[in-house]
Write a protein that binds this ligand. Sequence first.
Ligand code: ACO
Length: 270
Amino acid sequence: MAQMTTPTAEELAASGLGLAVDGAVARITLSRPRRRNAMTGRTWTMLARIGQTLPEAVRIVVVGGAGPTFSSGIDLDMFRPGDIDGEPTPLSLLADHPDDTAPLERAIAEYQEGFLWLRRADIVSVAAVRGHAIGAGFQLALSCDIRVLSDTARLCMKEPALGLVPDLTGTKPLVELVGVNRAVELCLTARTIDAEEAARLRLAEQVVADSELEPAVDELVAQLLAVPADAARATKELLLQAGRNDLETQARAERAAQLARLVAMAGAAR
Ligand code: ACO
C-alpha cells in the first residue's frame, strides 16, 4: 500500500470527519450533522487513512458524532449514479464497468479498511453513541471494542430493508455479541432497538443519561490509560484470539505472552 500522509483539517472536513489527537487519545467525530452524519465512501477511506497515520503514541480512539445523531448510515446519495464527494458511487462504478465487478469489490474492500483497523491490538476503540446509529453507523459502533450509549441511542441494521446486506464488517461482531438467532431477527426485521434493549443484548458496555455521555467516556478513557500500554496490548491480543483457539492453544498463548511480560519487567528492574 502506498505511504499515506496525515490528513489535513480540510481533507477531513471534506470527508465528513473531524480528528483531534491529544497525546495517547484520538477523537474521531462524524461531522455532517445537517445530514445526521451520513457517511460516504470518502468518509470510510478517510477513516482508513486516519488509522494508517495515527501517531504511535495513540492508545485510545474515541468515535463519536456531532449533534444529536451518531450516524444515519450511508449517505443515500451513494445509491444514485454519478459522483459524490468527487468519488464514483457504487452504481456509477457498475455503470462504468458493466461486465466487471472487480472495481466495485475493490472499492468495498477499501471502505471496509475504515472499519477493520478499529480492532487493532495497540489501541482500544470506544464508540460514544448518541441518538440513531443506523446501518453503516451501527456497523461503525460494532467495530469498536467498547460501546458507551446515551439513553437516546437507537440502533438499527437497516441494510436488508434497502435490499442490501451489511458489508462494513458488522455481521461478525453482531453475531458474536447477540448470537446468530438474535442477529437474524434484528437484521431481517431491520427494527430499531433502544439503549435499554441494546444493553440487554450486550450491544452496549454502558448506558448513561444523555448529559453524562461525554463525562462517562472521559472517565472510561482515564481508566484505560491507567493500565500500562504494553500489558494492555498483550492482553487485547490474547482476548482477540480466545474465541478461535481451543483451551490448550489459548493457555499456551497466555504462557507465551506472560513470559514476554515478565522478561520485560525483569529487564526494566535490572
Ligand atoms: N443520507 C443522506 N441524507 C440524510 C440521511 C442519509 N442517510 N439521513 C438523514 N439525511 C438528511 C435528510 O434528508 C434531511 O435533509 P434535509 O434537511 O435537507 O431535508 C436531514 O438529514 C435531516 O433528516 P431528518 O430525517 O429530518 O432527521 P431526523 O432527526 O428526523 O431523523 C434519521 C434522523 C432517523 C437518521 C432519519 O433521517 C433517517 O431515517 N435517515 C435515513 C437512514 C437510512 O436509511 N440510512 C441508510 C442505512 S443503510 C446503510 O447505512 C448501508
